[in-house]
Design a protein around this ligand. Structure first.
Ligand SMILES: *[C@@H]1O[C@H](CO)[C@@H](O)[C@H](O)[C@H]1NC(C)=O
Length: 144
């Protein structure tokens, strides 16, 4: 006679699985797109010409319409990582960055490398998670 899983064990597994799915959905991670922009970065849509607005890491971004939130996005911080891009191996594996929103993509002084993205990353931010020769990447973002 072959040994099969007892009903309680199966039930236990499916409960754990359900819990896992629920936790995943509550992580607040979202997917979107990112382009990049280069200097000049000032004046910005959030803080004008204030020189202290940029984090010392130089990891910052301009918010696209999807997250601009009528200006409430200013100062918000996001964990961002590159998921994929049109060109294979564009994403730098296992790299995630924490960026600060300092600008509004639609009114930024410098043009974005691609239009309509969730956010426009500073050169430093983009280059930390992806190959700089790319103009558009798919990202996972999570507000922190
Ligand atoms: C970045 O992408 C370009 C163009 O696809 C490629 O030639 C270059 O080798 C890539 N650089 C790295 C470090 O993968």
């Amino acid at each position: 006679m072959s040994k099969i899983m007892s009903a309680p064990t199966l039930h236990h597994f499916s409960s754990l699985f359900t819990l896992f799915i629920v936790l995943l959905h509550h992580s607040n991670a979202d997917v979107g797109t990112a382009s990049r922009y280069s200097p000049p970065y000032l004046p910005s849509g959030c803080y004008g010409t204030e020189a202290t607005q940029f984090p010392s890491s130089n990891l910052f971004a301009a918010a696209g319409d999807g997250i601009w939130d009528n200006g409430a996005a200013c100062g918000r911080q996001y964990l961002v990582r590159c998921i994929s891009a049109e060109q294979p191996r564009t994403c730098i594996p296992d790299q995630s960055i924490q960026i600060k929103i300092v600008d509004y993509a639609a009114t930024a002084v410098s043009p974005a490398s691609a239009g309509g993205t969730t956010m426009v990353l500073s050169d430093k931010a983009f280059g930390t998670i992806a190959n700089m020769s790319a103009t558009l990447i798919n990202i996972e973002l999570q507000q922190v």
